[in-house]
Ligand binder design. Structure first.
Ligand SMILES: Nc1ncnc2c1ncn2[C@@H]1O[C@H](COP(=O)(O)OP(=O)(O)O)[C@@H](O)[C@H]1O
Ligand SMILES: [Mg+2]
Length: 156
């Protein structure tokens, strides 16, 4: 199984999904790329994962700072938003992203539409789409052997 697809018809559904994802990934940590249109629910997912890990601070979009860090929960969360980086800028932070992909933390990267989202290490990619109202579809894909177990556990 390469994918896990979940349709959430309310924010509470997404909260439950985020809790499951947090429980599965918090043992080893995980690097996560998030894709989807503006307003799809990328930041909302990060916020709900943070909530599941008991992070005390309010998670906001890091659009103007590129990186927000949260250290008050069970494990650290690093939240990048590359919306404001130029395409060339992506390459300049690949090494930095690699550092954040190692260790027992959860790193989320929201990609701008113009970027490829290609980084040279194992990761989970989440694509978020929405049609109307509060319906959101979250598709999880494992890139690399070490992340396949996460997809298997999500599918259970
Ligand atoms: N089922 C749902 N899952 C996630 N977000 C939802 C859902 N229903 C409504 N929303 C709302 O959709 C918006 C998503 O915004 P945001 O997460 O900032 O988008 P993005 O980061 O993808 O641009 C939030 O206002 C959130 O409350
Ligand atoms: Mg966002």
């Amino acid at each position: 199984m390469k994918n896990y697809v979940k349709t959430c018809s309310s924010i509470d559904d997404t909260r439950e999904l985020a809790k499951r994802f947090a429980d599965i990934t918090k043992q080893k940590g995980c690097f996560v790329n998030l894709f989807g249109d503006i307003g799809a629910g990328k930041t909302a997912f990060v916020r709900l994962v943070a909530e599941a890990l008991d992070i005390k601070e309010k998670v906001t979009s890091p659009s103007f700072t590129i990186l927000n860090e949260y250290h008050t929960g069970e494990i650290p969360i690093y939240h990048f938003d590359l919306y404001r980086l130029e395409n060339v800028g992506i390459k300049t932070i690949t090494d930095e992203l690699r550092e954040y992909s190692e260790g027992k933390c959860l790193t989320f990267v929201e990609w701008a539409e113009f970027s490829q989202g290609e980084v040279p290490f194992d990761r989970i990619e989440i694509n978020v789409t929405y049609d109307d109202d509060d319906n959101r579809c979250y598709t999880f894909t494992a890139i690399g052997e070490s992340k396949k177990e996460i997809i298997e556990l999500l599918n259970k």
